[in-house]
Write a protein that binds this ligand. Structure first.
Ligand SMILES: Nc1ncnc2c1ncn2[C@@H]1O[C@H](COP(=O)(O)OP(=O)(O)OP(=O)(O)O)[C@@H](O)[C@H]1O
Length: 306
């Protein structure tokens, strides 16, 4: 488990991470989401002991990672792509990593197979595509069979098959009881991968809840109404106290469900061409949440649900 308490990092007068508290639990995939510059990488670097907090603390299974006696066995990390020598083959890179961490060389074959690089393991890593480089980075992260896995933007540069692979790998690692913490700016991808979401904006936690709760709380729903008598229906629905907007040649109505709207329109003898409940995606929810954080920085802290 990863626990941050009042974790803070400033660079000069810039506060990159602003006294955040969160817990990343074992047995789940936790997505770490935020727009560019929100503080995700800085937080992950502090988890890994690559950056010292200005104040507060972050521990991994009860200890600061910098003090861990066997780092690769404690946490597997993918922090930046291409963290290997371009002239070295993937197999040699992993062999070196295993040897320097006192791990059996059998782990090399195991992780190569796990990431699907067995057939190209003898090639120089410098020739790898971005996606292959990401796979090698993930192989390196998993070589110590760590209980905690921290992946910073692991799907960057991956094709759809690669993205699906990372998703199923993350879920499998969590199902094995590991703590899996993944940063991403791809909301829809995280919705399919993560059980839990921590959303950060301007160094502050904006949401910390299950993916399900996040969608329920933040994704807006409205009813799309189309009719030959659109303008008339718009006036009618507004008079009934509903919120009506015109978009995509239709009315977007909030404040009542489709059945209520249908009955109301029918009651006035008007015909309908379409009556559809539309739910916004997680992507929209994220945009709404982080846009608010930009506009009202001091007021947007969400109640934190465990
Ligand atoms: N070494 C540094 N020196 C000065 N400022 C920094 C440093 N590292 C990060 N920052 C600043 O801290 C803030 C948070 O950066 P961070 O890289 O953690 O964000 P992020 O959420 O990972 O964004 P991205 O997705 O763009 O990487 C940014 O404003 C960034 O410019």
């Amino acid at each position: 488990m990863i626990r941050a308490q009042a974790l803070t990092k400033t660079f000069g007068d810039k506060t990159a991470v602003d006294a955040i508290d969160f817990t990343v639990k074992a047995g789940k995939v936790t997505g770490f989401l935020g727009p560019n510059g929100a503080g995700k990488s800085t937080t992950m670097r502090m988890i890994l002991g690559l950056e010292a907090p200005t104040a507060g603390s972050v521990t991994v299974n009860g200890r600061r990672h910098a003090t861990s006696p066997a780092p690769v066995r404690a946490i597997g990390a993918l922090i930046e792509a291409q963290g290997f020598h371009p002239g070295r083959s993937a197999r040699d890179h992993l062999r070196w990593l295993a040897a320097s961490n006192g791990l059996p060389s059998t782990r090399v074959g195991e992780v190569l197979e796990l990431v699907g690089l067995e057939n190209v393991a003898g090639q120089r890593a410098g020739r790898y595509s971005l996606g292959m480089g990401q796979r090698l980075g993930i192989a390196a992260a998993l070589i110590g069979d760590p209980p905690v896995v921290v992946l910073d933007e692991p799907v960057n540069g991956l094709d759809p098959e690669g993205i699906r692979w990372v998703r199923s790998l993350a879920r499998r690692l969590a199902a094995e009881g590991r703590t899996v913490f993944i940063s991403s700016h791809l909301m829809s991808e995280m919705a399919m991968t993560a059980d839990h979401l921590i959303v950060i904006g301007r160094g502050q936690i904006l949401a910390d809840c299950s993916t399900e709760d996040f969608i329920a709380r933040h994704a807006v729903a409205f009813v799309r109404v189309r009719s030959a008598a659109q303008a008339e229906i718009g006036v009618l629905l507004e008079r009934a106290g509903l919120e009506v907007a015109v978009a995509d040649d239709a009315l977007h109505v909030q404040g009542a469900d489709a059945a209520t709207i249908g009955d109301l329109v029918h009651g006035h003898g008007l015909g309908l061409h379409e009556l559809t409940l539309v739910r916004s995606s997680l992507e929209d929810a994220f945009m709404t949440l982080t846009a608010d954080s930009v506009e009202y920085t001091s007021k947007t802290r969400e109640p934190v649900a465990a």
